[in-house]
Design a protein around this ligand. Structure first.
Ligand SMILES: NC(=O)c1ccc[n+]([C@@H]2O[C@H](COP(=O)([O-])OP(=O)(O)OC[C@H]3O[C@@H](n4cnc5c(N)ncnc54)[C@H](OP(=O)(O)O)[C@@H]3O)[C@@H](O)[C@H]2O)c1
Length: 261
């Protein structure tokens, strides 16, 4: 694989799993382009990666919940770089009664998780198809495998990512682009997520993962051409075996604890 001239693009790269993806790629001597919201210390992180791993690093700060920003970002990427890896990691969710969620909260989740992932992939695909070998990794979640009350739009958005990724994988068979999806369970990424997981009790802790391990395992499996990457096979098996009438109320109860205390 040509990694000297071409780049890997990572969205949501300033923190959590995205930061771990960027570091892991740089360690493998792959040039990276980091994307995040403005004012997330991306410049400093880029500098660190350049110095530590002697790779080329570029960064771009933008709010991916605005479609116009997504189009500007992808135009810049296509104009300036050859891209052979795209990691659609940016994504967010939360726990709220649906009646108490604002329109803005719902719209941001849908825009970042669903619209930005689809549009970035669509706009960068011609660039990826020009490379001799290219990879797309979309970050879904274990939440893709069950509806969950008090999260509602988040698991639905991750089901979309799972379905979208598998469909595109099938469609691009026989091309140079390989599409994969990873479905992590809960990870200790930021303080908000950590607090939420602690309140979930058994279910949260059952699937708890380290973002660095998730990133390195996912990249390893991506290059091995694993189209559905399961980082926690035990919880995946439980999700697969349990019928929805059991897992839906169980998970909803566990999640409800986050907003009760
Ligand atoms: N944490 C978990 O337990 C867990 C479990 C399963 C799946 N996931 C998925 O893993 C991915 C990374 O999660 P994380 O926990 O590491 O992230 P996080 O710390 O919760 O931060 C949210 C991520 O989305 C990006 N983001 C949020 N709003 C954005 C916006 N308007 N425009 C651009 N980027 C935006 C952030 O990027 P910047 O801050 O860099 O701008 C950040 O990477 C997400 O897709 C998430 O759904 C997380």
């Amino acid at each position: 694989m040509e990694t000297k001239k071409s780049y890997a693009v990572v969205t949501g790269a300033s923190q959590g799993l995205g930061k771990a993806f960027a570091e892991n790629l740089a360690k493998k001597n792959i040039n990276v382009i980091l994307i995040s919201l403005p004012n997330q210390n991306l410049k400093e992180f880029s500098q660190d990666l350049k110095e530590l791993y002697e790779v080329k690093v570029h960064y771009y700060e933008t709010d991916l919940s605005v479609n116009e920003n997504v189009m500007k970002l992808t135009e810049w990427l296509n104009r300036s770089f050859d891209i052979h890896i795209l990691i659609n990691n940016a994504g967010l969710g939360g726990t709220k009664k649906f009646t108490e969620a604002t329109a803005d909260y719902i719209n941001t989740i849908l825009q970042v998780n669903v619209a930005a992932t689809s549009l970035i992939t669509h706009q960068l695909l011609p660039n990826l198809l020009k490379q001799p070998e290219a990879y797309i990794l979309n970050v879904s979640s274990m939440a893709a495998f069950s509806p969950i009350g008090f999260k509602t739009v988040y698991p639905a958005s991750k089901s979309f990512i799972y379905s979208f990724s598998r469909g595109l994988h099938e469609e691009l068979k026989g091309t140079s682009v390989f599409v994969s999806v990873v479905n992590p369970g809960a990870m200790k990424t930021n303080t908000d997520v950590c607090k939420r997981i602690e309140k979930q009790g058994f279910w949260g802790k059952l699937t708890l993962l380290n973002p660095d391990k998730v990133a390195s395992y996912s990249i390893h499996q991506l290059f091995k051409k694993d189209s559905v990457i399961m980082v926690n096979p035990i919880s995946w098996l439980i999700m697969k075996l349990l019928p929805v009438w059991i897992k839906l109320p169980l998970m909803t109860q566990a999640i409800k604890r986050e907003i009760e205390s």
